[in-house]
Every structure is written in C-alpha cells, then in structure tokens.
Design a protein around this ligand. Structure first.
Ligand SMILES: Nc1ncnc2c1ncn2[C@@H]1O[C@H](COP(=O)(O)OP(=O)(O)OP(=O)(O)O)[C@@H](O)[C@H]1O
Ligand SMILES: [Mg+2]
Length: 436
C-alpha cells in the first residue's frame, strides 16, 4: 500500500466575516449550505471534507460549479486558510506554515497549473518555463537547463526560443505545464488545467499528462467538472457537491456503484460517450501530396500506419495509400503513386459521431475527415474509434449491470441498439465514389 501524500481531515472552509462563528456550528450540525447562507450570510466552501491522495496517483476531484473543488485544492498549498480541520502534505501540517517556511514548502513540493495560465508575452518560452526557478534565485544557466528539460517532457523543446504568441493555445498550456514541472515538484496541483482547450488538444494533453505521470511518478491532484475527463485520467475520483464529498472511488466503482442520485446523474453523461464526435479523437491528417511524391519515397511514409491520404494542391483527397497498396504496386514494378492509391475509403466530418463511423471503422482503413469544402482536416483511425466505443460500452455496461438489480431505469438506449444506430447512420459515412 503506497503512502498518502496529501490528506484532508474534516476540513471546513467558511467564507464570511466570522467564519468560526454560527455558520461553522450549523455546518457541523449538518445544516446544508443554502440554509446556512440564508441564516448567516456566510458561504460554506468546504463541509467536513476528508480525502487522501496516495503517492504517485492521479486523484481527480470533480463536481458542478461552486461545489468546492477550487477551494479544496487551494487548501493544499494554503492559498486558502481553512476554518477547521487539518491538511497534511507529507505529514506536514500545511496550514501551520507561514512566511518563508510556507514559500519554501510550496516551491519544493508543488507545481500548480490553472485553466488560464498567464505567460509573459515578451518572454521567450524557455524563460516562461523557468519563471518559478527565477523566483527561487537559481542562476540563468541552472534555470535554462531545468526549463529545457521540462519543455522536453511536454514536447516543446524545439520552441524554447519562441514567444508565446507564436504558439497555439494548447502549446501555451503545455508551457504552463512545463513551468510547473521545471522545479521538479513531487506534487502537481491542476485546477481545470485543460478545460479551456478544444477537445482534440484536450485529449492529447490528457494523454501526455498520463505519459508524464507514468514516467515521472508525480502525485497529481486534478480538478475538473467533466466526468468523462475524470474517468479517463483518474486513478481515483472524488465527487463533490455543495462543499461535501459525496463519493470517492475508482472510475469503475463510481460507475457501477454511484453513491446517490447526484452521482448517478453525472454518470448518465457517460452515456453521451456514444455521441463522442469525430473532432475529439481525430488525428492530424498528415497527407502526402500527389504532385510531390512517387511511390518510392511515399512507401516508407506509410510504413507502420494503417494508411495515408493523398491530396492535391487544394487539400482535396485524391486517394488513400495503404501498405497493401504499396505491396501490390511493387509486385507489378510500378512507382506511380496515382495508380497505386485506392479510392474506396470512407469520409466523415468533424461533427459526425463515432457511432456513425462504427461500421466504416470496422473495415480497418483510416477515415478521411473533411470540412464543408471537402478539404482534408483530419484522419480518423479505425482503432481509435473501436477503442473509444469499446471503452464507453464497457463503462456503460458495467454501470447498467450495477443498476439493473436495484430496479432503476436503464440509462439511455440498451446496448443492443448500437447495431441499430449504425444501421441507420451508416450511409452518412459515405464512400468516395470516384473510380481509379
Ligand atoms: N473568496 C471567496 N469568497 C466567498 N465565497 C467564495 C470564495 N471562493 C469561493 N467561494 C464560494 O465557495 C463555494 C465553492 O467555490 P469553488 O470556487 O471552490 O467552486 P468550484 O467547485 O471550484 O467551482 P467552479 O467549477 O465554478 O470553478 C462557492 O459557493 C463559492 O461561491
Ligand atoms: Mg473552480
């Protein structure tokens, strides 16, 4: 059993003039947040919160807006003083720390990443990433070394000398992550760190964070209001409501055994996994240009991929080149790319759902994602579609198994309907009718 890195014991946080007065008493007696606010004009931020984050785990706190997530994470580095209870980090009572000791403790132990990570626009990426170290008084070369290493961990080393404005939103958020990693803290505190990113980049960031976690074994306290994100990245998930902890468990436990109707309602959202859109899991299109390649130089580029789309100068797809196609052309001694490519690939749009692409994905070929002008904007890997749907099915299935016994209504359509869904939507994932 790994040890606890962070512990909250019976933590209360009351906002108002007299936090330790009647409001606290009422909260302790079990009165709910709304009534306490009516009666005392004090807001209950945290109401007897207990949880422990184990060393090396990703612990996700999720809940609706105002449920106390940010308040909870801020007690851990004492951005908030608590009204009652105890917060321990590595056994140290954080709330007792003050002045230099508190500063030192924050710097050594934790890095923070927020939703909107303000980078200094006139500083290069490397200097932004090393900012926390500058505050710590490290020399320029020490800072640069640590910052570069952190940038490398988030895949941004090549952009060290760029300015923030030259990076995309997702890349800027990565600089934020690098900044938190640069001081090599044991703990990362992440408050809605990916919530402002668009779904494709968000998913990529989740993946990257999990990879970093696997390699560096940080302890991560992650806040989100998105259950899908929580279930995807969390080793354990803590669900909060009105300042209280409602349930703590593994994603499976939360889904199969929701503690109450509040959790169950969240869990129903998971069923929307069935309507995950293409945009959220498509990959970069990385096409070959028909005018620039012949088969000799194209062949190595399709190796180890399910296939690459070939486009014209207007980014319209002229065909798909798979490793099989390369083999076949080679067998007849041809190097003509145009003749080697196939036209029997499927197409879809960003807004289409994975269900709609289920049948097409079953063919094992990548699906071209086109914009309204028929230009190639992404590539949908069949494996990604099946894996994602499989994962969602599993989650929904296990949840349904858990609730059927208790006589609850099943959530959403029965699983069997998936085949029917696909039956009706299959024609929308149209085949390109052009002939070779
Ligand atoms: N500085 C403050 N002064 C007064 N009340 C506050 C303060 N900070 C938070 N609160 C209240 O505490 C409760 C919890 O707020 P908190 O910011 O922790 O919610 P959250 O779960 O992070 O929500 P969101 O998803 O919107 O970020 C809310 O009712 C909020 O109004
Ligand atoms: Mg918040």
């Amino acid at each position: 059993m790994s040890k606890n890195k962070i512990e909250l014991h019976s933590v209360y946080k009351i906002f108002g003039d007299q936090p330790r007065g009647r409001a606290l008493e009422l909260a302790r007696s079990g009165m709910d947040k709304d009534r306490i606010q009516q009666q005392t004009d004090h807001v209950v931020g945290l109401d007897d919160v207990n949880f422990s984050v184990r060393e090396g785990e990703i612990f996700v706190v999720m809940g609706l807006s105002g449920s106390g997530k940010s308040t909870a994470i801020r007690t851990v580095n004492k951005l908030h003083s608590i009204t009652a209870g105890e917060v321990l980090v590595d056994g140290v009572n954080v709330q007792k720390l003050t002045g230099r000791a508190l500063q030192e403790f924050r710097r050594q132990k934790m890095g923070m990443v927020f939703q909107h990570f303000a980078l200094f626009p006139h500083w290069r990426v490397i200097d932004n990433a090393g900012y926390g170290l500058k505050v710590q008084g490290l020399t320029k070369s020490e800072r640069d070394r640590a910052a570069l290493k952190a940038l490398d961990q988030v895949g941004l080393a090549p952009f060290a000398n760029s300015f923030p404005a030259e990076l995309s939103g997702g890349m800027q958020q990565r600089v934020g992550l690098a900044r938190a990693l640069a001081a090599d803290p044991d703990i990362l505190l992440m408050d809605e760190a990916f919530s402002a990113l668009d779904p494709l980049i968000r998913r990529q960031m989740q993946d990257d964070m999990m990879a970093i976690q696997a390699e560096l074994h940080k302890t991560i306290l992650f806040i989100t209001h998105d259950l899908n994100e929580a279930l995807r990245i969390g080793d354990r998930v803590c669900i909060m409501k009105d300042g209280k902890v409602i349930q703590i468990g593994s994603p499976d436990e939360i889904l199969t055994n929701p503690a109450d109707s509040y959790v169950a309602e969240f869990v129903q959202d998971v069923d929307q996994g069935r309507v995950i859109d293409v945009a959220s899991i498509m990959a970069e299109p990385r096409p070959l240009m028909v005018s620039e390649h012949d088969l000799t130089d194209a062949a190595p580029l399709v190796d180890e991929m399910s296939g690459r789309f070939v486009v014209d100068e207007n980014n319209r797809v002229v065909g798909l080149l798979t490793p099989d196609d390369v083999e076949r052309a080679r067998a007849v001694g041809s190097v003509d790319l145009r003749r080697a490519i196939r036209s029997d690939f499927d197409t879809t749009t960003r807004a289409a759902t994975l269900n709609e692409n289920y049948a097409a994905a079953g063919r094992g070929l990548p699906i071209a994602v086109l914009d309204s002008n028929e230009r190639l904007v992404g590539r949908l890997e069949p494996f990604a579609v099946l894996a994602e749907l499989g994962r969602v099915e599993e989650l929904v299935e296990s949840y349904r198994d858990g609730t059927d016994d208790s006589g609850h209504d099943a959530i959403g359509p029965a699983t069997d309907n998936r085949a029917a869904d696909n039956g009706t939507t299959e024609p929308r994932a149209t085949s390109n009718g052009a002939t070779r």
